[in-house]
Design a protein around this ligand. Structure first.
Ligand code: HPA
Length: 274
């Protein structure tokens, strides 16, 4: 058996023994957004360390556990802390949790992240709905023998971010007077932030916001036929666009400040993802 698939199946079996719940929506909480978990009616939590061979997140602000529960009436599984490529895990491990949540039953994947804004009309604290992405700067998680049980060798990427889900999110933002930008997100590997020259390059490529996650997860989820949506919290202006040096603390503070509106956007959207 393909080693990545074998590991996935082992993780799945170890979770299924503990958690009978079948989630509908899988939610990934980005930097500074982990306390959204407080808004979930929690049924059970499962620290990543308790899942055999599961990659454990080491980033400050990322707790490292699955939360199973309900947003309103909707059964969800939520990752409080994701796994990043820059932590040193193979790319198949980075997307393992996403594949796992699909095996658990989730049909919809709601990704969130913190990013640096490149589009000059963005400011810190803005939210950006992803309409598309650029994956060129991160390794493709589907490289290697294809796992036919999950999806096809050459998946189409024309409509990764589901137009119907995006429509719901737009409606919720409008009704709650939340300013929602839209654009193209690029994942770079990190962990260093980008240089000003790199940001000028990304800007010329039509990229609106940059971060260190999400795209590889979306590729793996799209491979499995999940419906995907993603919102980025623009936590800072990207390198060279403001005088301040970038710090992880600044990113976390901006995400914390934006959290109340972000929670509203998540909760109200998930309720309507019927
Ligand atoms: N660059 C990359 N990742 C980020 C940034 C950034 O400026 N801000 C938050 N995550």
């Amino acid at each position: 058996m393909n080693p990545a698939y074998e590991k996935l199946v082992n993780c799945y079996e170890s979770i299924r023994e503990k958690i009978p719940m079948i989630p509908k929506v899988a939610l990934v909480l980005g930097s500074g957004l982990g306390d959204y978990a407080n808004d979930i009616k929690v049924v059970s939590t499962l620290p990543y360390q308790e899942i055999e061979n599961f990659p454990v997140s080491t980033v400050p602000g990322h707790k490292g556990q699955f939360i199973f529960g309900y947003v309103d009436e909707v059964p969800v599984v939520c990752m409080q802390g994701r796994v990043h490529f820059y932590e040193g895990y193979p790319i198949t491990d980075v997307v393992l949790p996403i594949r796992l949540m699909k095996l658990m039953g989730a049909k919809i994947l709601f990704l969130t992240n913190a990013s640096g804004g490149i589009n000059l009309s963005f400011k810190a604290g803005d939210f950006m709905l992803l309409t598309d992405h650029i994956s060129t700067f991160a390794p493709n998680p589907l490289i290697g023998e294809n796992i036919d049980k999950l999806g096809t060798r050459f998946p189409d990427m024309s409509h990764v971010y589901d137009e119907r889900l995006n429509g719901v999110i737009r409606d919720v933002a409008r009704e709650n007077a939340i300013d929602l930008k839209e654009g193209v997100y690029a994942q770079l590997t990190g962990p260093s932030f980008e240089s000003p020259a790199e940001i000028r390059m990304l800007s010329k490529l039509g990229i609106d916001a940059v971060g260190m996650s999400t795209v590889v997860e979306a590729i793996a989820a799209n491979h499995m036929g999940m419906r995907i949506c993603a919102i980025s919290c623009v936590c800072n202006l990207a390198a060279g666009l403001s005088k301040n040096p970038l710090t992880h603390e600044e990113v976390q503070e901006a995400a914390n400040a934006a959290a109340p509106k972000f929670k509203k956007l998540l909760t109200e959207s998930i309720k309507r993802f019927a």
